[in-house]
Ligand binder design. Structure first.
Ligand code: HPA
Length: 260
């Protein structure tokens, strides 16, 4: 089963007919994680939707309970996750408005609850597939090959230009970067920078969920243009780009059975 995780600018999916809101209890927070379960036009089967920043976009990137979110998706039987992330562009191909399906990640976040395998038997045993041991997941290729292919084939079908490459640098936020920080990210090989790509991708892998990300560049990263990065400017790009993201997700969902 397929789920979308919406990021900044994607709090709802047009045409998504919500059948129920599942309030899923997890060992990772006191309150339930609310996940919308419903149908998309032309798509067989149930699709799940989780707005990462909460209804109304109130939870900043460093306060998102990534473990609760991913655990709740798995509890509902989700097997594949397509995540949407807004990013700042670093590579010259990644100007505002460009969509990318990144291949790699460098994690610069700190202090986030970033693993289910925390040496805490209570957490781990509450989930049937975990074992109460130190576990090192393979993360050589952080994104699912099959889901990336699905996204790229869907973009091809729509004749939507999508950059099929890129290294995603995940920063702690919520502030944006300095010029020197972006230079460092660039030197490290990052092509885009965002605040929500990790630990989400790694937690998905720990749970055995296939996971891929669709990134929308909403600004040039700090220092790469003369412009000051403002929220109104970001919102303007989001408003334009989200229509393409919606079409891409809808097509990917309609082709999703190809994966199984
Ligand atoms: N930096 C980090 N995260 C972001 C940016 C950025 O420039 N734009 C959107 N998310």
């Amino acid at each position: 089963m397929l789920a979308f995780i919406g990021g900044t600018g994607l709090n709802q999916l047009p045409g998504f007919e919500v059948k129920r809101i599942a309030g899923v209890q997890t060992p990772y927070q006191d309150t339930a994680v609310d996940i919308a379960c419903g149908h998309l036009p032309g798509v067989a089967g149930t699709v799940h939707f989780l707005p990462r920043h909460g209804e109304g976009h109130t939870v900043p990137p460093h306060r998102i309970n990534y473990r609760a979110n991913m655990f709740a998706l798995r509890e509902l039987g989700v097997t594949s996750v397509l995540a949407v992330n807004a990013v700042g562009g670093i590579h010259r191909q990644m100007g505002p408005g460009v969509i990318a399906v990144p291949e790699q990640i460098i994690d610069y976040t700190s202090g986030r609850a970033h693993t289910f395998f925390d040496g805490d038997a209570v957490d781990i045993e509450s989930a049937d597939r975990f074992t109460a041991s130190v576990t090192h997941i393979d993360f050589t290729r952080p994104y699912s090959h099959e889901l990336r292919e699905l996204l790229l084939a869907s973009a091809g079908q729509l004749q939507l230009p999508v950059w099929p490459h890129g290294v995603y640098g995940a920063t702690q936020g919520p502030r944006l970067e300095t010029i020197a920080e972006v230079r460092r990210l660039q030197n490290d090989g990052c092509d885009m920078v965002g605040m929500t790509g990790m630990p989400e991708a790694a937690l998905a892998r720990e749970l055995g969920l296939a996971y891929a990300s669709v990134c929308l560049s909403v600004n040039w990263a700090a220092g790469l243009s003369d412009d000051v990065i403002t929220m109104p400017a970001i919102r303007a790009v989001l408003a334009q780009g989200m229509d393409q993201i919606h079409r891409l997700l809808l097509t990917a969902a309609s082709r999703f059975p190809e994966m199984s």
